[in-house]
Design a protein around this ligand. Structure first.
Ligand code: SF4
Length: 135
């Protein structure tokens, strides 16, 4: 058996509580709040206790899906991202960059949110960028 405690930051809000993920043979069993972290000092809220549940949820997608008729089919990342780029280019050519609005997520890191707004402004050409934390 391979047991690890992995120090990480809760993704559910911007408070930034730290806890250890208890991992057994690659499966997350639970969390132990970090006693020595100055923000949460050994505490986490109810969201923090359950914040790992989605990681191993059976409904979680593991590969991209592309709409195919009334359903979806699995695709490679190259195919899915190529299709997205193609559709973005077509929308931009037909309707202009203001046709786009980009909504980022509090579940992403600051760095990821920064990259999304760079993509919106520099590639799509829109300043319509917002964040779910403001909703
Ligand atoms: S444990 Fe609760 S308060 Fe702390 S970061 Fe997670 S959601 Fe926010």
């Amino acid at each position: 058996m391979d047991y690890k405690n992995v120090l990480t930051t809760c993704i559910y809000c911007g408070t930034g509580c730290n806890y250890y993920l208890e991992v057994l043979d690659g499966e997350i069993l639970g969390v132990t709040p970090c006693q020595e972290h100055p923000i949460n000092q050994g505490q986490v809220c109810i969201k923090g206790w359950n914040s790992h549940a989605f990681v191993q949820h059976p409904d979680r997608l593991h590969v991209p899906l592309i709409r195919d008729g009334d359903g979806f089919r699995e695709a490679s990342w190259d195919e899915a991202l190529g299709l997205v780029a193609e559709r973005f280019q077509a929308i931009k050519a037909e309707h202009g960059p203001d046709a786009f609005g980009v909504l980022t997520s509090a579940k992403c890191t600051n760095e990821e949110n920064y990259l999304v707004q760079r993509l919106a402004r520099a590639v799509l050409g829109t300043n319509s960028v917002d964040h779910c934390a403001r909703l």
